[in-house]
Design a protein around this ligand. Sequence first.
Ligand SMILES: NC(=O)c1ccc[n+]([C@@H]2O[C@H](COP(=O)([O-])OP(=O)(O)OC[C@H]3O[C@@H](n4cnc5c(N)ncnc54)[C@H](O)[C@@H]3O)[C@@H](O)[C@H]2O)c1
Length: 353
Amino acid sequence: MSSINIGVIGAGTISEFHLNAYKANPEAVIYAICDQNAERARGKAELYGAAKVYTDYRELLADPNVHAVSVCTWNDSHAEISIAALRAGKQVLVEKPMTKTVEEALRVQEAVEQTGNVLQVGFVRRFATNVTVAKTFIEQGELGDIYYAKASLLRRLGNPGGWFADKTRSGGGPLIDLGVHMIDLCWYLMGKPKVHSIKGHTYDKLGNRAHIQNINQYKAADWSPDVNTVEDLANALIRFENGASLFVDASFTLHAKKNEIRAVLYGDNGGVEVEPELLFVSEKHNTLLNITPEIQHRTFDFENAFQREIDHFVMCAKTGRKPISPVEDGTEIMKMLCGVYASAESGKEIVYE
Ligand SMILES: NC(=O)c1ccc[n+]([C@@H]2O[C@H](COP(=O)([O-])OP(=O)(O)OC[C@H]3O[C@@H](n4cnc5c(N)ncnc54)[C@H](O)[C@@H]3O)[C@@H](O)[C@H]2O)c1
């Protein structure tokens, strides 16, 4: 097989990053687009030259010419569509979060194990240059033993509304939408330690702040001022079996001076700031050092990271190789996200066996 035919399911905002990257990959052909919104599916198919347009993902999956799919729908259909795709013999790239619940994640994992097909979870930050460089340095022992990490993705005014703000379709707010990236980034760089316990908090103090004027903000296509059933802010302390801990917070809105992104890891031999800009911290000859690597993207570069993510998926789909963001990582991350929500709801620390 020299090139593979791709079907993209869900033709909204993020599908464009998938489609642009597939377009630039010589081994991928954009063959089919599906969206329950027929106009949206048709529009994207015309734009990217897809031969087939579907409004029902089951019909796309029944098409034997489709070899691999990107699942870019709302979070509530990720599990259902991924499982159906695997069982239909397709290779799958599913957007984050992999599912809405741990139970769904385990069912996806079972389908991967039973079919032997590829499933890559869209942890796009793992493919960013700053993260791949940090990973190489960490694997060479530059940080030593990593015992603490801190991640923040705080939006001052950034509840996208629509399905993002509707818990039944999204599974939650900024934690599952933004925190998922930051938790995964740190956990991946920490060497994927096993979770020991989670203490989480969620707050819904400010709502969607639909009344705020005189400032632009991104709004989902189905935005409505009346829909908001998700948290404004979540934070958590996640402790791992190896004794390391990760503190994370994520907000859709907060009385903060500005938006903030930060991902920092500390080891007994050195530290690394991955975001907002890659920088290593160390000491030499009794002197503290801040070391700035000379690389093209010291901060997260959306398009570049998506291209590398899609190129990796196409390679895995063609060869059957296990992706660097496999299904079991998707399940572990769901365990952490759902653990934060469960702890926030019960007011207790969740301790895992
Ligand atoms: N990796 C990232 O950085 C990143 C960024 C944004 C969004 N995402 C993820 O991508 C997914 C989509 O987000 P978006 O911003 O593109 O949302 P969106 O609302 O812009 O697009 C989603 C599309 O999916 C369609 N859809 C929903 N359920 C469907 C179904 N069962 N069958 C067919 N079509 C269906 C909707 O009609 C819509 O057009 C979400 O899971 C989100 O978390 C990832």
